[in-house]
Design a protein around this ligand. Structure first.
Ligand SMILES: CC(C)(COP(=O)(O)OP(=O)(O)OC[C@H]1O[C@@H](n2cnc3c(N)ncnc32)[C@H](O)[C@@H]1OP(=O)(O)O)[C@@H](O)C(=O)NCCC(=O)NCCS
Length: 232
């Protein structure tokens, strides 16, 4: 979709200004509890944990969906998840630990969890799911995404245009595929938008988390695959 596509449900563009990032942080907190708001006392650290790394490490891969001049949806992502995680350790997690230690954020359950994860006392969801991923997963689906749409603006096609814009830019950058983690609620939305199940793990009794993936294609061929002499 072009940034000026008048038929689209919302204008999708790369997040740029401090106001855009503030809107993304706010929307992240207003949708952080499975689409519902989280407790306002948690907002500053929650936004720092979920949006901060993208703002600091890969700002050109966050998109906002704007309707009547208001940000009503966002997608955060990055083309190379492994490199992103390596960079996050030193450029985001370490400064965040210092900020938590200096009590710049309230000492709450999110802070305790962030510290435990950083010190490897707990395992994050990604590392718990890693053994279930198909062989070559990091090569076939290196990009990832998180996204949310304002409650009253859902089911109007905004999520779909955010994904298509991200997929288009990743394809142009030669990225082979995208993955994401989700629960059962939004899973049909991703299926409708070209994602298929890569793995499913029951993280606690009755609570399933799915990894979904979408290969990116140019002219019918997966991005990154070279054409052989025989055309196969
Ligand atoms: C999931 C979400 C990003 C989708 O964005 P959206 O703008 O609502 O999606 P679209 O309008 O492009 O597509 C909606 C279609 O997806 C499918 N869909 C299935 N389950 C859905 C669900 N739980 N939510 C939204 N769409 C769903 C339907 O086919 C729906 O079309 P319909 O309304 O005609 O039935 C958005 O609904 C949202 O933010 N939900 C709450 C938070 C969330 O789950 N975020 C994802 C975390 S992984």
């Amino acid at each position: 979709m072009s940034e000026a596509d008048a038929s689209a449900p919302a204008l999708v563009r790369v997040a740029k200004s401090p106001a855009d990032w503030q809107a993304v942080r706010s929307l992240c907190c207003r949708t952080g509890n499975g689409g519902d708001p989280i407790d306002p006392a948690r907002w500053p650290l929650f936004a720092e944990l979920w949006v901060g790394p993208y703002q600091r490490l890969a700002p050109e891969w966050t998109y906002v969906a704007e309707m009547d001049g208001r940000v009503v949806g966002y997608l955060t992502g990055c083309p190379d998840t492994a490199a992103f995680r390596r960079a996050r350790r030193f450029r985001v997690t370490l400064p965040l630990l210092v900020a938590i230690a200096c009590r710049r954020f309230p000492w709450n359950a999110d802070a305790r969890r962030a510290v435990r994860l950083a010190l490897h006392l707990d395992r994050g969801l990604e590392s718990r799911l890693a053994p279930a991923q198909p062989a070559g997963f990091a090569r076939t689906h290196p990009a990832h995404l998180h996204m949310n749409v304002e409650a009253e603006c859902r089911r109007q096609g905004i999520g779909a245009v955010l994904i298509e814009r991200y997929a288009r830019d990743l394809t142009a950058a030669g990225v082979a595929g995208i993955h994401l983690l989700c629960g059962p609620g939004p899973r049909p939305f991703y299926t409708r938008n070209g994602f298929t199940d890569l793995s499913a793990v029951e993280t606690s009794p009755g609570r399933w988390v799915y990894t979904l993936g979408r290969r990116l294609r140019v002219g019918g061929r997966p991005v990154g695959e070279t054409v052989t002499a025989g055309g196969g």
